[in-house]
Unconditional design. Sequence first.
Length: 253
Amino acid sequence: MITPDQYAASIVEKYRVIPDTSSTSHHAADEVIPLLKQWGKQHLLGLTLSGAYAKNTAITLSSHVDVLIALSPVPGMEMKNVFWSLFEYLSNHDLRPHTRDVSIRLQSKGVNVDLIPAYRDRASSGNVLFHKRSGTSLHTDVARHIHLIANSGRQQEICALKIWRERNNLAFPSLYLELTVLHALGSERFGQLADNILAVFRHLANRFEQIVVSDPANLDNIVSNDLTTGEKQAIAAAARDVLYDEDWKKILR
């Protein structure tokens, strides 16, 4: 008989996107890079595969790959103007982009690609992004996020929670979700996937709404402010439903 650990692992592997230069996600990013080079021109410092794909926590049910577009500051243009300039450029090329909190999403080769324009932060080695929801610039360090999650040993649990998020149509930004999983599993053993997933659900059900989560790259960024009280309540309620039933075929599918 299949164990909860085996079942959870099988569902995670079913939807997990494996980072590889021959992967569909990698090719999808490669497809848009020439266009980004044309847009960035002399201000372009580099293009880097980023986000969940680089952290090994991407799933096929949501964004497959992020591209960080590192730019030198453009005289007279705030990050907000740069963000909307890229959106307009992509729209003019009939790519039908749509905006997210700090990225612009489009489809390439049937894959969601999230483009993140960013200035190089002169005060640090990090990045300055535009946060659409707040309408302000956001100082952070994307490379630090990648290093933290990629070396956490909790990628399976994170993928499981992302699958659950998508299946339940919950608003739960990926960085907020990832940091929440790390916090919930701070004292839990590695190698017990099913138990750890349930530990995260207990955290979501009982403590999630009250806990303030900050960006590890900039403690002034309160990541937990990215959701409304109602959105947090919806996550907590969905987690309580999981704990009430504990039917793995409903938790992950």
